[in-house]
Design a protein around this ligand. Structure first.
Ligand code: ZN
Length: 344
């Protein structure tokens, strides 16, 4: 089968013929239809420090996918061949206290498909049956291809109650943009999103028209708050940039007792004013992945109830044109880039 492989320990990815995966009794083989390129895949393409430390070569990359069940292992009962599915890309162990307690997303033994086990940028993908998520009929395959990052957005946006709250999102990458749509869907009043990239802020208002874009290089957040008649500050912050100035600005513009859910991974440690967090009674929660499978349930329900992030897709390409897709991602101007594997 065709697969996109990190074949060598250097910049780039290569389309290669690799063996079709063979499944064990608890596993499922999925015929991949559509995938989406993630920032993680760009790190692997670029072969940066993180990738060099975490990704063994050769490795089939990719973890955002939708497809149909091709074959099931002998012990699998929950899913059947032909079903339309997506799936959780974090594969958990069975030993840790967290897993034994059902808190699967907190398992320290987690492995990631497309990172340290073979991934989804391929004609076929093998995952544990436990990880397979069947799709409701009204969720299209293109959306299935990026449920993984939508799940990140939903997990972050549901960390705290947003009903009637004013929400500040720092970072208008694809997940920040989706979080803006989710925050409104969850009942937030004002959803303000900051970034320094005008292309991203433009895409934000296309996907989430109610969101208020703020280019922090040109605009003053305090002034925007004045226009919105917000006197005290934001109730909840969703940090999506991993950028120190954005985080500090978020802390400064929260209400006393405000809450921060943080998904953006900083490239290096922050210089934090811990005193400001303490004196203002800020609650801080780190977000990793998606809750298995509560986040999946909630996001599929939201999509069925009208949440629409389809305008986030800026590129639709056959898988063999993956290079065009990666170039778009690396330009910083793309939303979601979909690769179609049905004629790979
Ligand atoms: Zn991803």
């Amino acid at each position: 089968m065709k697969a996109l492989v990190k074949a060598e320990a250097k910049e780039g990815l290569w389309m290669q013929d690799v063996a079709k995966p063979e499944i064990g009794p608890d596993e499922v083989l999925i015929r991949v239809h559509m995938t989406a390129i993630c920032g993680t895949d760009v790190h692997i393409y670029n072969w940066d420090d993180w990738a060099q430390k975490n990704v063994p070569t050769p490795m089939v990359v990719g973890h955002e996918f939708g497809g149909t069940v091709e074959e099931i292992g002998s012990d699998v009962a929950r899913v059947k061949p032909g079903m339309r599915v997506s799936g959780e890309g974090h594969v958990v162990g069975e030993r840790s206290r967290a897993v034994r307690a059902g808190r699967f997303h907190l398992d320290p033994d987690t492995k990631g498909i497309g990172v340290n086990m073979p991934g989804a940028f391929a004609e076929y993908l093998k995952i544990p049956a436990f990880n397979v998520v069947p799709l409701p009929d009204d969720v299209p395959m293109e959306q299935a291809a990026f449920l993984d990052p939508l799940g990140n957005a939903v997990h972050t946006a549901t960390a705290f109650d947003l009903v009637g709250e004013d929400v500040l999102i720092t970072g208008a990458g694809p997940i920040g943009i989706m979080a803006a749509a989710v925050a409104r869907h969850c009942g937030a009043r004002h959803v303000v999103v900051t970034d320094i990239n005008p292309d991203r802020l433009k895409l934000l208002v296309q996907v989430a028209p109610h969101a208020i874009p703020v280019n922090t290089l040109k605009e003053d957040l305090r002034e925007i708050m004045g226009h919105l008649k917000m006197t005290e500050g934001f109730d909840v912050g969703l940090e999506m940039s991993g950028a120190e100035p954005a985080f500090n600005q978020m802390v400064e513009h929260l209400v006393m007792g405000g809450k921060i859910a943080m998904l953006g991974l900083p490239a290096k440690p922050f210089n934090l004013d811990m005193g400001a967090l303490i004196m203002r009674g800020i609650t801080f929660k780190g977000i990793y992945g998606r809750e298995m499978f509560e986040t999946w349930h909630k996001m599929l329900a939201m999509l069925q109830a009208g949440l629409d992030v389809s305008k986030l897709v800026t590129h639709r390409l056959p898988a063999k044109e993956f290079q065009t897709g990666f170039d778009a991602m690396r330009s910083g101007k793309a939303g979601k880039v979909i690769l179609d594997w049905r004629e790979a």
